[in-house]
Design a protein. Structure first.
Length: 308
């Protein structure tokens, strides 16, 4: 999603698009535990604050900090890698569309129809990739760019975008057989198609390779341990100020952890995810503009040969 330009304080205080609503229940939980510790310390008996000294231990804090930073950096690398794979899909699709439009000869009317159908398959490839990564069975959006026969063939296919790439490759090969495309042009266009498939596989790799569960378990246990002993360390000096202090610290650490969780899968529907709908619509519009521009150029060239 493309965010509008905001002032520094508007961004800092913005709730929509932040992880605050997600981590709020955990903040309240640990703050509530801080309330319990404060009540016990004030009205019942003093608690052993030495138990909470672990929160000031350099080794413990260093390990926890490194794990949080590593988690966030790794998640952002996945997010950025996902954006690069989609950038590859867009660039190679547009280059392939441009070469198909300009290089493939149209000897008969049916050649024009087949070319248009192939260009629509490029749009279908992007949409099918988006639906495939989001694991959505709904194909209404995809049907707009397919023939009825193609739509039926995709029903039982495990990887629809890969099947669409096969159709595009078959079209290019047939045009070379029909002498509408040279061998050099076929090789170049196939390289663009291969790059599109490579971007698809790269996106699948991100989707199907989550962060190791053992890492997530260990990090969450360290955070839980930290927040359970933190009030014991603070209560003797801060007393009732322990509660807001725990809330502030938990907001900081849990927020960093949640940022990593949200960025881990960049292909979903969350505000934090890649704007795949916008990317696909922009690609479709660019391909349609390319088709319209070519038709207008052809009309102008035809009119230039007509007697005045």
């Amino acid at each position: 999603m493309v965010w509008e330009k905001l002032h520094w304080f508007q961004i800092a205080l913005r709730v929509r698009g932040s992880v605050f609503p997600v981590i709020l229940p955990r903040i309240l939980l640990f703050s509530g535990f801080g309330v319990v510790i404060s009540i016990i310390h004030s009205y019942a008996f003093s608690l052993p604050e030495q138990v909470g000294d672990i929160t000031t231990n350099v080794a413990f804090n260093l390990v926890l900090g490194l794990l949080l930073v590593f988690r966030t950096n790794t998640a952002y690398e996945r997010y950025w890698e996902g954006r690069k794979t989609w950038g590859g899909i867009v660039v190679n699709s547009l280059n392939l569309a441009r070469n198909i439009q300009l290089s493939i000869l149209e000897k008969e009317l049916i050649d024009k129809e087949k070319k248009v159908a192939c260009l629509r398959l490029l749009s279908a490839f992007a949409i099918a990739t988006k639906l495939h990564l989001r694991q959505l069975p709904e194909r209404k959006e995809l049907k707009l760019f397919l023939t009825e026969s193609q739509d039926l063939q995709l029903k039982d296919v495990q990887n629809p975008p890969l099947k669409i790439a096969v159709w595009i490759g078959e079209y290019l090969k047939q045009q070379q057989i029909n002498d509408c495309l040279s061998m050099e042009e076929l090789v170049f266009m196939n390289s663009l198609l291969n790059n599109m498939v490579e971007s698809l596989i790269g996106s699948e790799r991100i989707l199907k390779t989550p962060m190791p569960l053992i890492y997530a378990i260990y990090l969450k246990r360290l955070l839980l341990m930290y927040f359970l002993v933190l009030p014991l360390h603070l209560v003797s000096t801060l007393e009732w100020w322990t509660v807001p202090s725990v809330a502030l610290i938990s907001f900081t650490l849990l927020g960093i952890e949640e940022i990593g969780n949200q960025l881990e899968d960049p292909f979903g529907f969350d505000l934090y995810d890649l704007p795949l709908d916008d990317i696909c619509q922009t690609l479709i519009k660019n391909i349609e503009d390319l088709m319209d521009e070519s038709e207008n150029t052809l009309i102008c060239q035809t009119e230039s040969f007509l007697p005045s």
